[in-house]
Design a protein around this ligand. Structure first.
Ligand SMILES: [Zn+2]
Length: 481
């Protein structure tokens, strides 16, 4: 007989380790899981009935641009409402630190911060902000290469000099010492397009020495995707660290076969001694800056935001272009700087990615967008509802593994991602028959269905009535648990 803080009773436990579900009670003391098993002799201050429900580790969103939301809107409602208990921020070369910029930064840095948001001479300053005023979810932080380039270079449209590379290396070391889990790049984006692979290897090697990971938005996902993929693997091999390739939807340039081909490169790369994983989200549309070259390749484009024309947020580009009497590319040029949602992916490729054992789930949501892509609110329930339950593409245990333990292992998040005695009590209780995303492209900001309870570090942040107001999140990583 023991007395616990919380017991979640009689649920079907899916522990994250890709094992078959089993019926068990789960006890929590403080921020840790105290016991898993038949606890009918034990009592608790708070008893949660989970009969007919799945009890599993809180989801880890491995691909986010949540840096500013973590700091300024720490309730993290778009994330905790879908069962996400940890977000990996700082992806695609874009992190809010370390950079001081009074003005609005160049794209895509404006994805996570606007005028005055970049105010961190050190990475430690940002970590301090998140520690002083905790968010509702945990945060694992990557330091972004684009941010580093803007911090040390007067002009990013060239290769870095040896002195500039050395200055960036020092900043990576400071970030890693302050709790970052690795380095990210966005090699397709303006701040990094002119950099050489050697510069990336040098910075990644610093992250590697501190046990970090390398997450990359590759130089190309279209015609040059193969070379870009090989560059990512080379960085992992030369710098000796695991690689995560971001939003692995190779689809551009009207070649839907490219996605299957790219998964083939992935399978081949496994023999090369480099650990490579990829992340993806379950939607047929993508979202990023409004760029004329992306507009040219898309069948349909929805405006997420526009600085000069905020009245166009949430409207289709072809309607705006018709109103203005110009073509879509001209309209896109007038709308920039801004963000857009691009349609044109093949659903068969989305299915292929969701079912692949190497694919970790990452939303790539952009909370700063006034009209965000629905992936921000719905990614995890959409995988579990549409792709697991409705389409039957993979086992629930497999999908949950790639949202929890596999993600924690890849990003070095100690003691997270598993329902197991001694681990941190990040837990979701959900109804497998009801779980579903509810957002749509025109109305994206809607909480998911079927999520009953979400606990972060043993504290309930979300239940059937909504957000509890609790903010038990922490900056997490290899050392900070
Ligand atoms: Zn990206």
């Amino acid at each position: 007989m023991a007395e616990h803080g919380v017991i979640i009773r009689a649920g079907e436990v899916i522990d994250g380790a890709n094992r078959m579900r089993f019926r068990a009670d789960v006890a929590i003391d403080g921020d840790r899981i105290a016991a898993v098993g038949d606890l009918s002799d034990d009592t608790a201050e708070t008893e949660i009935d989970a009969a007919g429900r799945i009890v599993c580790p809180g989801f880890i969103d491995v691909h986010t641009h949540d840096d500013r939301m973590l700091r300024d809107a720490g309730d993290m409602t778009p994330k905790v409402s879908q069962g996400v208990t940890t977000v990996v921020a700082g992806n695609c070369g874009v992190s809010l630190a370390p950079l001081v910029a009074a003005e609005r930064p160049m794209e895509p840095l404006d994805m996570v911060g606007l005028e005055g948001d970049y105010r961190y001479p050190t990475f430690a300053g940002f970590v301090d902000d998140l520690t002083r005023r905790a968010p509702a979810s945990n945060a694992a932080l990557l330091v972004g290469h684009g941010t580093l380039r803007l911090a040390v270079m007067d002009d990013t449209q060239r290769e870095a000099t040896p002195d500039e590379t050395a200055a960036m290396e020092e900043k990576v070391a400071e970030a890693m010492a302050s709790g970052a889990v690795g380095l990210s790049t966005g090699l397709e984006y303006p701040p990094a397009r002119r950099c050489g692979t050697g510069e990336v290897v040098a910075l990644a090697a610093v992250a590697a020495r501190a046990g970090g990971v390398y997450a990359t938005h590759m130089r190309s996902y279209g015609a040059d995707a193969r070379a870009a993929f090989e560059e990512a693997v080379r960085v992992g091999r030369d710098a000796r660290l695991p690689v995560v390739i971001s939003h692995f939807h190779c689809h551009a340039d009207g070649n839907p076969g490219l996605c299957a081909e790219a998964l083939g490169w992935y399978d081949e790369s496994r023999g090369e001694g480099v650990e490579v994983a990829v992340d993806a989200y379950p939607y047929e549309a993508s979202s990023t800056s409004i760029l004329p070259r992306f507009v040219e390749k898309s069948a349909k484009v929805l405006v997420a935001w526009s600085k000069p024309h905020p009245e166009t947020n949430g409207r289709y580009l072809h309607d705006i272009a018709a109103d203005w009497g110009v073509d879509a590319v001209d309209a896109a040029e007038r709308l920039a700087p801004g963000g857009a949602i691009y349609f044109g992916r093949d659903e068969e490729n989305v299915k292929r990615l969701m079912a692949h054992p190497a694919v970790l789930i990452g939303s790539d949501g952009i909370p700063l967008n006034p009209h965000p892509h629905p992936r921000l609110w719905g990614t995890f329930p959409r995988v579990l509802g549409r792709y697991v339950r409705d389409l039957g593409l993979m086992a629930l245990e497999d999908a949950i593994h790639r949202m929890t333990a596999a993600s924690a292992d890849r990003f070095g998040l100690r003691d997270r991602g598993r329902v197991e005695t001694g681990r941190h009590a990040d837990i979701v209780v959900f109804d497998p028959a009801a779980i579903a995303d509810r957002g749509a492209y025109m109305e994206p900001e809607r909480p998911a269905a079927g999520i009953d309870r979400v606990l972060v570090n043993g504290v309930e942040v979300w239940n059937a009535r909504g957000h509890t107001g609790a903010a038990p999140g922490r900056v997490v990583g290899r050392r900070t648990g």
